[in-house]
Design a protein around this ligand. Sequence first.
Ligand SMILES: [Zn+2]
Ligand SMILES: [Zn+2]
Length: 254
Amino acid sequence: MVLIEEDLTALQFTFYTFIIHEFFFFLFVSFYNIIDYFGIFPNSKIRKITRPNDQPRKLYWFTTLGFNHIIIGLPGAYSIYATYQYVGVQFSGPLPSYSTILAQFIAYAIIDDFVFYWGHRLMHLPFLYKHIHKQHHSFKRSNAIAGEYFHPIDYIISGILPIMVGTLTLRPHILVVWGWLVLRIWEACDGHSGYDLIFVPFRYFPFRPGAQVHDFHHSQNAGNYGSLTSLWDWLCGTDLSYKDYIARQNIKVE
Ligand SMILES: [Zn+2]
Ligand SMILES: [Zn+2]
């Protein structure tokens, strides 16, 4: 049984969250870039032809990520610790039962999906798009690294807030929080990878037709604001352009 004997301190929580985040983010980014570089799954590639200038310069990749992870992420984790502790997030003790963990992951997914959709849709209001969200859309060609390539305000709204709201609502064990963080990092990298791989679990989520949904969002910039699922796009009709596009593709194929 996994057991944390004593409550983690704010510093320990910040340090472990940072290490887990960096390790898994760069692991997933490396994985998707390696399969792309060596052309390992050519049939799973969503778009076969892309223009080389459809991505921001690589120098910006690392300055943006460095700023978000270090200047936003580290003090952010440190300062949220007291609130997490106050609401009852468990910073010690044994891991809950598997059924509890599964139920908490499902609840996390529902909350995250709702918060992300509406935050992202807000970011597409003309003023916010022009000054904030456009930076994320400078990736018109998919790359897993775009999963966290955001203006700092967008990083807080789209990257941090959905997980934070879920954690404040569910108040789970810290290992469950980190488990959800890892899944969420993987999903963000997968959604921006340009690949629709058959063994990726998110592909089988209800209301998620695969990574091509967010790929369409970047290439066409027309609807598809959801991330984990397309439920809210379906309910709000913001997937109509995508459905139209798929219908036209199918006619071409026939
Ligand atoms: Zn967007
Ligand atoms: Zn995106």
